[in-house]
Each structure stands twice: as structure tokens, then as C-alpha cells.
Design a protein around this ligand. Structure first.
Ligand SMILES: [Zn+2]
Length: 302
């Protein structure tokens, strides 16, 4: 299934063939003809000179925890975690702009699983060690037998506009000068996605919104987020009151200002040479859902 207009890391999905996860005979046979994504504990993967992911044949894969990802065109795909990495191994952030849709879907799944296994070595009920089962999709407590499944934490990310030519962008305290993005935050227990959008916007910039509309979602496995993207419109007073812990600054920007920053962001060859009066100089790269929401708004699709 594919959606060519969706966010880059969620345009394509593959058959996860979950019915095979408990079938050891099938898995053993599948391994002999498998393609393998190697993942290091630091979530790097080997890529070629063109930054495309290099899949290995099973015979050339390394030893390590083996997880069954799914099937594409009758070829089984596995992820193997290996301690080694080195030259030519890169993170998803480093290769994100060049990765193909299908590679992206496989690598995001492999990294998400690896991140979850790293963080769930012990049972949340009793503290005893857990072990992998079901081809990497479950961990089982060695003491009480309880089963634990990979976690996905929903986070909302939202482009706020004024109904005219202005969008609200913010800069986190740890980001470089001039680098802005859409607002975002984690969903809290007991909260709807729409309520989380309104709460986060009010907490971070003191602005009320309405007309919250879902646009698209994208996995972000660092370590376990599902970014759920929305647009919403300003309701009333546009004055910004910053939460200084969450936001270093925030502002309303015109399409022309945002488009110019997009051009600067995408032009990696030319050093940026603008005066200190230019507040917005960079926005997120193309493989982020933040950029997807911004580009939709730039195109007038809100
Ligand atoms: Zn336990």
C-alpha cells in the first residue's frame, strides 16, 4: 500500500505477515532466503555512497538478535542488531532526505523495535529479566511469564495558522538561532489527540485555537514516537506568551518568510549570508512531518 503524497517515512507499508511470528519452522526457512537490515545499538545502519540502505543476504548478515519485519514481493525481511558499526553506517536523521519509501518503512520499523528492546530488558511488573519471543515482537518475563509488547507513544505536532497568511512557528531552547519548527508535544493519559493539540499550544505560546483537523501521521522511533500531524486555526488574540522552559522564542511568519527559509534549508551548497534582522532562517528538513505540514500550508492546502 502506498500514498505518494504522505509524509516521507509513512508513504509505503509492507506486509508484516504477523501470522508467521510464532512459526519457528517458517521463520527458519524464511531466513535462508531473507534480506537483512543491520541495525547497531546506536540505531545506525549501513548505507552506500548514495545514502541508500544496503540490505544483506542472510548468509552475509552478522550474529545478533534477529527480528522478522515482514514480506515484500515474496522476499522475507529481517532486522539483525549487531554491536559493530563503522564507516558507511549512518543514522536515519543523516540519510533521511535520500532514503526510498520502502527502505524508510523497513528501517523505521527495525529501529523502533531495537529501541524498544534496549529499554525493556526487565519486567515492568516484577523487575525480573525479560527475553525476546515471537520473532522480536514480544518480550516475556522470566519470572512471572507476563508478555510485553512494543510501545508506541503518540505525540501531536501541529501547524497553527491565522486563517490568512501567517503561521505560528517556535524555536526550542536547544536549537540553533533562526531555526524554527511547528509546535509539538506528547499526549497525556486520558487525553484525546485534539485536546492535546489545544493544551500544548496554550502551554507553549498562550494562544487559543479551534478547527483542529487531522492531516497525517509518521513514525519517529527515537525512541518510540508516533507523530500525529494536525492543522488548527487561531481563535482570538494572536499575542504570544512563551513558556520559557519549552520555547526559546515563537512568532507568526508570512508565507514569503517561510518559503525563503525553506529555500535556505534545502540549499546545502550555499552558505547562509543574511543580516541579523532576519529572524526565520531554517525550518525542518523534508523527511520530517513538521516540514510536511509546513509545505502543505505553503501550497495553500489548509
Ligand atoms: Zn515479571
Amino acid at each position: 500500500m502506498s500514498s505518494p503524497d504522505g509524509p516521507p517515512l509513512s508513504r509505503v507499508t509492507f506486509d508484516r505477515a504477523a501470522q508467521h511470528r510464532t512459526d519457528d519452522a517458517w521463520l527458519a526457512d524464511a531466513w535462508t532466503r531473507a534480506k537483512v537490515v543491520l541495525i547497531s545499538p546506536k540505531s545506525t545502519t549501513p548505507v552506500g555512497a548514495d545514502d541508500r540502505v544496503q540490505f544483506r543476504d542472510a548468509a552475509d548478515a552478522r550474529d545478533g538478535p534477529r527480528r522478522f519485519l515482514g514480506v515484500i514481493d515474496d522476499v522475507p525481511y529481517f532486522a539483525v542488531t549487531t554491536e559493530e558499526d563503522g564507516d558507511g553506517w549512518k543514522t536515519l536523521r543523516e540519510i533521511g532526505g535520500d532514503i526510498g519509501d520502502l527502505e524508510a518503512s523497513l528501517v523505521v520499523s527495525a529501529i523502533g523495535l531495537e529501541q524498544w528492546h534496549q529499554r525493556h530488558t526487565h519486567c515492568p511488573r516484577c523487575g525480573s529479566p525479560t527475553v525476546e519471543a515471537q520473532a522480536g515482537w514480544t518480550r516475556i518475563c522470566t519470572n512471572d511469564g507476563s508478555q510485553h509488547f512494543p510501545r508506541t507513544d503518540p505525540a501531536v505536532i501541529m501547524l497553527i495558522h491565522d486563517g490568512g497568511d501567517l503561521a505560528l512557528l517556535g524555536r526550542g531552547p536547544q536549537w540553533g538561532e533562526g531555526r524554527f519548527s511547528t509546535l509539538a508535544g506528547f499526549v497525556e493519559p486520558g487525553e484525546s489527540l485534539e485536546a492535546a493539540v489545544a493544551r500544548e499550544v496554550y502551554e507553549e505560546v498562550g494562544i487559543k485555537i479551534h478547527d483542529v483537523r487531522y492531516i497525517a501521521s509518521q513514525p519517529w522511533p527515537f525512541p518510540a514516537s508516533l507523530m500525529v500531524g494536525f492543522v488548527a486555526q487561531l481563535d482570538g488574540d494572536p499575542s504570544i506568551t512563551l513558556d520559557p522552559v519549552e520555547m526559546a522564542e515563537a512568532g507568526w511568519f508570512t508565507r514569503e518568510e517561510v518559503r525563503r527559509a525553506a529555500d535556505w534549508t534545502d540549499d546545502l551548497e550555499t552558505p547562509l549570508d543574511v543580516g541579523p534582522d532576519v529572524r526565520l532562517r531554517a525550518i525542518p528538513p523534508h523527511f520530517s512531518i513538521s516540514r510536511y505540514l509546513i509545505d502543505r500550508w505553503l501550497a495553500g492546502a489548509v
